[in-house]
Design a protein around this ligand. Structure first.
Ligand code: AMP
Ligand code: MG
Length: 394
C-alpha cells in the first residue's frame, strides 16, 4: 500500500486558506441578525446624536450670563422640541436626552441648583457643560462597521440606534454532518452490548452553530462502502460543506476516503501531522467541500476547531484570527515522539495554564474540563514547568 503524504499543520492550514470560496449575501431583519456576519460595510445614515442634547436632568443656561438667578421659561422633556430660546436672566428646565434650546450653551445639573417659584439659583459649581453635541459620536456617512463583523448584542444595538431595520449578512454555509459507524447509538436510546453513543453529531452541530454555520443533521450510516457513497450523494444538493465523522483510518471498515472519491470529490489531502486527528481528509467537488474526520470525539472537536472553522468563517466573509494568549505553563510537558503538532486540552486563566489530565483522543471528559488548547509544535518534545506558552481559547 502506498502511504499517503503527510502534510504539516501549516501546510494543511495553507491549503485550506487557499481554497477559493464565495460569500453569499442576504438581507435579514435586525431582529433576526444576532450572531450573523455583516456582508457589507455599514455607514451611518444619520448623525449621532442627531441634535445637541442635554446629558443631565438640570437647567439649560447661557454660560456667561452673570445673572445671580434665572427665570424658568419652560420644561423640556425628551422627545419634545423646545418652544422658546433661552435669553440672559432666563433658563429652561431640561431632562436627560431632551433637545437643547436655542441660546443655551450649558446645562447645570439639578443637584447644583435650587428652584423656588419659577426662579432657579445655582448653588454649587458644575464643571461640565453636560451637552452631547450633534455628531460627536458619529458623523452622517461615517463608516461604523466593517463587512465580516459578527453581530453580537453591542453591534445589534448600534445598528438599531442608526435606525437600520434590515442588514446585509452572509448566508450561513449549510453544513451537512454524516456520522459513520455501525457501533453508534443516538443519545436517549439504551446501549446494546458493544455499542457507544454518538457524540460527534451533537458536538459538530454545536460547534457549527457557535461558528455561525447552519448544521444539517443527516444521520448516521453503517460501515458500508455503498451506504457511505449513497449518503454523500444524497446529501450534496442540500449542503455547501459536508462533514463525515469516522471511517477515515486504516481499519477494515473505514470507507470514507474511497467513498468521497467515488462521489466525485478530489481529495486535496488525507493526512496531517497533527495529534489528535492525523487521518483528516479534505476534498472538493466544484464549489462543494467535504471533510472526513477521524471518529474519536476529541479528534473531531480539535480538527473542526483548528481546520474547518477558519474555512467556514471565510464563507461568512470573516477572517479568523484565533486568540493566542501567552500564559505560564504550571505543569511540565514531555512526550516520547514529537513528529506531529499536538493540541492538548488545558485550563487557562490569570496568566497561567495547567494541562488537564488527558488519556488521548477518546477522552471527552478531559476536553469538557478544558477552556483552551495548547499547541505544541512538531519537533518540541518537552516544555518545562514555568515556561511561557501560547494557548488558544475555545
Ligand atoms: P473511526 O474513525 O471510525 O475509526 O472511529 C474511531 C473511534 O471513534 C472509535 O472508537 C469509534 O467508536 C469512535 N467514534 C466514531 N464515531 C463516533 C461518534 N459519532 N461519536 C462518538 N464516538 C465515535
Ligand atoms: Mg468507524
Amino acid at each position: 500500500m502506498v502511504s499517503k503524504p503527510l502534510l504539516s499543520v501549516e501546510e494543511a492550514e495553507k491549503a485550506l486558506m487557499g481554497f477559493p470560496v464565495r460569500v453569499q449575501k442576504e438581507i435579514v431583519s435586525l431582529a433576526g441578525a444576532h450572531g450573523r456576519y455583516l456582508a457589507e460595510d455599514v455607514s451611518s445614515p444619520i448623525a449621532v446624536p442627531e441634535f445637541d442634547k442635554s446629558a443631565m436632568d438640570g437647567y439649560a443656561i447661557i454660560a456667561l450670563d452673570p445673572a445671580p438667578t434665572r427665570k424658568v421659561i419652560e420644561t423640556i422633556a425628551a422627545g419634545t422640541p423646545p418652544r422658546l430660546a433661552v435669553t440672559p436672566g432666563h433658563c429652561a428646565r431640561i431632562m436627560t436626552g431632551a433637545m437643547l434650546p436655542a441660546g443655551a450653551d450649558r446645562v447645570v445639573m439639578r443637584e447644583c441648583t435650587e428652584e423656588t417659584t419659577g426662579v432657579m439659583r445655582i448653588i454649587a459649581e458644575d464643571a461640565n457643560a453636560n451637552i452631547r453635541f450633534r455628531g460627536e459620536d458619529i458623523q452622517p456617512g461615517q463608516k461604523v462597521m466593517a463587512a465580516g463583523t459578527r453581530l453580537r448584542a453591542a453591534q445589534v444595538a448600534l445598528l438599531a440606534s442608526l435606525g437600520l431595520a434590515e442588514v446585509p449578512v452572509a448566508r450561513p454555509p449549510r453544513v451537512g454532518v454524516i456520522t459513520t459507524g455501525s457501533e453508534l447509538t443516538a443519545p436517549g436510546s439504551p446501549l446494546e452490548p458493544g455499542r457507544i453513543y454518538d457524540s460527534n453529531s451533537p458536538a459538530l452541530a454545536a460547534q457549527l452553530r457557535e461558528t455561525g454555520a447552519e448544521p444539517l443533521a443527516l444521520g448516521g450510516v453503517a460501515d458500508s462502502a455503498e451506504a457511505t457513497v449513497a449518503a454523500i450523494a444524497s446529501a450534496l444538493d442540500a449542503c455547501d460543506v459536508l462533514i463525515l465523522s469516522g471511517g477515515v483510518s486504516a481499519g477494515d471498515f473505514d470507507f470514507v476516503p474511497a467513498a468521497m472519491k467515488q462521489a466525485g470529490f478530489h481529495l486535496h489531502f488525507e493526512k496531517i501531522a497533527v495529534q489528535p486527528g492525523m487521518p483528516t481528509v479534505f476534498g472538493s467537488r466544484g464549489e462543494k467541500v467535504a471533510f472526513g474526520l477521524p471518529g474519536n470525539p476529541v479528534s473531531t472537536f480539535v480538527i473542526f476547531e483548528v481546520f474547518i472553522k477558519p474555512l467556514l468563517l471565510r464563507l461568512l466573509g470573516h477572517v479568523h484570527q484565533p486568540v493566542l494568549q501567552p500564559v505560564e505553563l504550571t505543569t511540565a510537558f514531555r512526550r516520547s515522539r514529537a513528529e506531529r503538532t499536538a493540541f492538548l486540552p488545558v485550563n487557562a486563566g490569570d496568566g497561567r495554564a495547567e494541562l488537564v489530565s488527558y488519556h488521548g483522543s477518546a477522552h471527552l471528559h478531559a476536553l469538557s474540563r478544558a477552556n483552551a488548547l495548547l499547541r505544541i509544535p512538531a519537533g518540541v518534545s518537552a516544555i518545562a514547568a514555568g515556561s511561557i506558552v501560547h494557548v488558544r481559547f475555545l
